[in-house]
Design a protein around this ligand. Structure first.
Ligand SMILES: [Ca+2]
Ligand SMILES: [Ca+2]
Length: 146
């Protein structure tokens, strides 16, 4: 594994026809999660845009690294407030191979609060929910090679 791309703390994965490396990086609010991953070279907050197999792999990774946590960040947000979620690489969540929204999501709300960041919820079958970006959730960083 080339050291310049991923340190040995990253876990290798090839599930989607692309090469991925994943790394668990503690917990934080969404903005901190984003910058934490950016600080790791080519890494970004994990994206869940590659279909069922990749989705299952990401969930399994979450379960093994954060067994007591119910939610964790994926790299999707709507910081430009156009009611359309984008992945951290700029592509639209709607253009993913498959989406995993919970019924009624995205609704850009979390109770009465604005929700512009996306988490996977383990207890709801690993489906996605838009939640408040200030929530403290586990961070999984990804490096993806073309
Ligand atoms: Ca948007
Ligand atoms: Ca919501």
């Amino acid at each position: 594994m080339p050291k310049t791309i991923a340190s040995k703390e990253f876990e290798f994965a090839m599930v989607t026809g692309k090469i991925h490396f994943l790394r668990a990086m503690g917990e934080g609010q969404y903005m901190k999660a984003k910058s934490t991953c950016k600080g790791e070279g080519f890494a970004h907050l994990v994206m869940d845009d590659r279909g069922q197999e990749w989705h299952d792999y990401v969930l399994e990774f979450m379960e093994s690294h954060f067994p007591s946590q119910d939610k964790f960040w994926i790299g999707a947000d709507d910081f430009d407030w156009d009611y359309e979620f984008s992945w951290v690489d700029g592509t639209l969540v709607a253009d993913s191979m498959k989406t995993f929204w919970l019924p009624g999501e995205p609704n850009f709300k979390n109770g009465t609060q604005n929700a512009r960041c996306v988490a996977i919820v383990k207890s709801h079958g690993g489906k996605w929910e838009d939640i408040v970006c200030l929530a403290l959730l586990p961070i999984i960083c990804e490096i993806r090679l073309p």
